[in-house]
Design a protein around this ligand. Structure first.
Ligand SMILES: [Zn+2]
Length: 266
């Protein structure tokens, strides 16, 4: 009985995956330079890329997009900043992102830690410089909750928003990785179905679900972060939906104006 129920659920899930693909336009295939976009992934710490964004990275690199990664700290909360920086480069090799396209910032005002608030203007300036240096068309980052709720992740989000609001970089396309609730967060590949339903109810082109075509590579990439590779992170990478699917939502520019008034400047 249980087997039948499980098989039925699996069938519905699988059938819906197949049904989904023809209806939705793929991510980053429209507009000029459709075949090759310069994309900047902005993260807070070494390992964010492997723990949270690997479906996005896999999608972009396998389709020939030119992916750059900007990591805004060395992750020195435990005094292992220098080691963690090197681990990030190793993980990026696994994820097929060339080392010269990975930049790690070590700024005294951007240090890893729960109590460390990062200045949004400073973040915006650093991100803007990278956008200019690399001719970036598309920026991808955390949403305003930052998946785990870590304040550094959230500040990075607001740094990108600041860049979009207050600089001349209004031609930049920006996407945020949606944070999910705890149940979905640990539902592994099953979350693709839920993400897909969410995306199908959103206006066309504003939300994309990217399924990881190579979850094993994500696991190997995370294992390159040896200093962080403890049992609970192994469990996290195995069961986290972020290993299998990323839901990206377009950062709404009208929402930026609204938030500008509500959000307390740091
Ligand atoms: Zn992080």
């Amino acid at each position: 009985m249980w087997l039948l129920t499980f098989a039925s659920l699996f069938f519905v899930w699988f059938a819906s995956l197949i049904a989904y693909f023809p209806r939705k336009p793929a991510f980053l295939i429209s507009g000029e330079n459709a075949n090759k976009r310069n994309v900047l992934l902005v993260i807070a710490h070494p390992d964010d890329e492997s723990m949270f964004f690997s479906p996005t990275i896999s999608y972009l690199t396998s389709r020939g997009h030119n992916l750059h990664i900007l990591c805004l700290s060395v992750g020195d909360a435990d005094g292992k900043g220098n080691i963690r920086k090197e681990e990030l480069y190793e993980a990026c090799v696994t994820l097929k992102v060339p080392r010269q396209q990975v930049k790690v910032v070590d700024h005294p005002d951007l240090q890893d830690g729960f109590g460390n608030k990062w200045n949004h203007n400073l973040l915006s300036k650093i991100i803007e410089q990278e956008v200019l240096d690399c001719g970036i068309h598309v920026v991808i980052t955390f949403d305003d909750y930052g998946i785990s709720g870590h304040c550094n992740h959230r500040d990075v989000h607001y740094g990108v928003r600041k860049l979009l609001q207050e600089t001349a970089r209004r031609d930049i396309e920006a996407w945020e990785l949606l944070s999910t609730n705890l149940l979905r967060k640990y539902s592994g590949p099953v979350d693709f179905w839920i993400s897909m339903l969410f995306a199908s109810r959103s206006p066309t082109g504003t939300v994309h679900c990217l399924m990881n075509e190579n979850p094993r590579r994500s696991f190997i990439a995370m294992s390159q972060h040896s200093s962080q590779w403890v049992w609970f992170r192994k469990l996290f990478v195995s069961f986290s939906s972020y290993t299998y699917v990323n839901t990206l939502r377009s950062i709404d520019r009208s929402e930026q104006v609204q938030r500008k008034g509500n959000h307390q400047e740091l």
